[in-house]
Design a protein around this ligand. Sequence first.
Ligand code: HAM
Length: 413
Amino acid sequence: MKTLKGFREFYPDPVPSKDAWSFGMRNWIFQSWKATARKYGFLEYDGPPLEPLDLYTRKSGDEIVGQLYNFVDKGDREVALRPEMTPTFARMVSQASTQYKKPMKWFSIPQLFRYERNQRGRLREHFQLNADIVGESSLAADAELIAFLIDVLRDLGLSHNEFRVKLSSRSAWIQFYQKHHGQPDKQYQFFQAVDKMDRLPEDIVTQQFEDVGIPLHLVKEFISSAQPVGDLIEVVNHLSHRGLSDYIQIDYQIIRGLAYYTGIVFEAFDCAGKFRAIAGGGRYDKLIHLLSDSKVDLPALGFGMGDVVLTELLIELQKAPNLEIQADVFFAIEDESFRPQSLAHIQWFRDKGHSVHFPLTPTKPDKQFKLASELNARCLVYIDPLNPHDLTFKILTTRQKLTGPRELISTLL
Ligand code: HAM
């Protein structure tokens, strides 16, 4: 029996094959995400993995709707596994915003599901760090969020030679669209054409821009200008005051596939251009208003960073940590008559917080020694029959030995 296509199993290290996903690596990434979120003052939240279908059909846009993992449940309800966190987040905020001081800075690490075509960096489930700020319309919030994204990647060991955050602005594109008299009802269609223009043949791209009333050459000219305009000037300045200029670049081709973005948008990529986007986000000032049936009106912005591309990139750049397990103690039981006493000591060491392995069944001494080194145990502890009231402690690498009460040995672990 195999897993469903696009779904993963996470193994303990050392993983059984080079393609297997490591639970240790996943944990290491999550811990780093959480540590950076704490530095920036983001609070953690979560929501349901299964949602009413119309949460997504209302405002996420066709791209996500086409990828929904949806079905009718036993109560005849149209439901979907969450493909993204933003609609759940916007609903939670609209229900409880009066209870929290603004700006609200929240983060979450949901598992998300998208019925995507299988390709490198895109699976049918992934974990995604979501970080969002609500209740602040100043561009200082956009800069803070982008700085957070940069620091998340720096904390994982990536430098400005390895990743770049590409900044763009939907408001700049809207101004461009109006200036060149694009058809008013086809603006989102225009955004989608910009989003996909480097992935489609030139004749199709030309046609798509003609359909919305904008010649392709004007679009290309705007993209190649690559100069910050409007809102972007302030955000770029904020980031340069923090010494983060090397991590950003203006790229108007970034426009984001999702429908709800309204202002600054951005995506993070590896500098070598080998992988799909590591992260993406932007400002979405109208979504909370829409999902609260116009009851709550709060500006918001955020981003999502998946674990799939990130893990592949960290492995490629050899930034993955050494995930070898290390036990503190291997408690050897050479003489079975000492098993009851040994069990009491093992429990005592674990109560003190040490990681202890021991042979569950009678095992030959040389096999126990082999097991201890396979488990990467730092030391061996055992009852020496010549001195059964104390414990003998041996450091496995240096073979240094000491005999004494367990209280003394505990201080050496
Ligand atoms: P998104 O661009 O759809 O944005 O996804 C964000 C990131 O999630 C991507 O850059 C990628 O790393 C990862 N990702 C997306 N789909 C997959 C997949 N099928 N397999 C593996 N990784 C994937 C959003 O989801 C927005 N809701 C982000 C956001 C939060 N905007 C505001 N707040």
